[in-house]
Design a protein around this ligand. Structure first.
Ligand SMILES: [Zn+2]
Ligand SMILES: [Zn+2]
Length: 139
């Protein structure tokens, strides 16, 4: 028997905190334009855990980025500092919560198993050697 892994993450100011049990169901990165805007960076990097393995503490704001007709799809974040992002994506990744891997500030966190929407990446970004990429049509 090995012990269940417990990881702690938080937003930049520390008001919003995550505790996750066990290993993520999957980890992916995404270079779509929506992720570029919402992260302010070249890609998102998120780890997806079963809903009941995730504890979220502290205040958060939910943004329904696909509009009110998709209440099952949202991004959450700390209302004070705007970081500590978490997500639900409805049918795309059912019964899981995605957490921004950067919240864990852990260099040993599992790498993404794929990068989505590679076609939308910034032109200067080279293809990673260790992680397969998928274009928009395969996302
Ligand atoms: Zn914060
Ligand atoms: Zn994306």
């Amino acid at each position: 028997m090995h012990e269940t892994t417990i990881r702690h993450g938080r937003c930049d100011c520390g008001n919003l905190r995550f505790t996750v049990k066990g290993e993520p169901v999957h980890v992916h990165a995404c270079t779509c334009t929506q992720c570029q805007r919402s992260t302010g960076s070249v890609m998102s990097y998120s780890a997806w855990f079963p809903v009941d393995m995730v504890t979220i503490e502290g205040p958060y704001t939910l943004h329904h980025h696909r509009g009110p007709e998709h209440p099952e799809r949202f991004r959450g974040f700390c209302p004070t500092c705007g970081t500590g992002r978490f997500f639900q994506s409805g049918a795309a990744f059912p019964d899981t919560i995605g957490l921004a891997v950067g919240s864990f500030a852990d260099p040993a966190f599992p790498p993404p198993s794929f990068v989505l929407y590679w076609d939308d990446r910034p032109a200067w970004l080279g293809e990673p050697e260790a992680v397969p990429v998928r274009g928009q049509s395969e996302a």
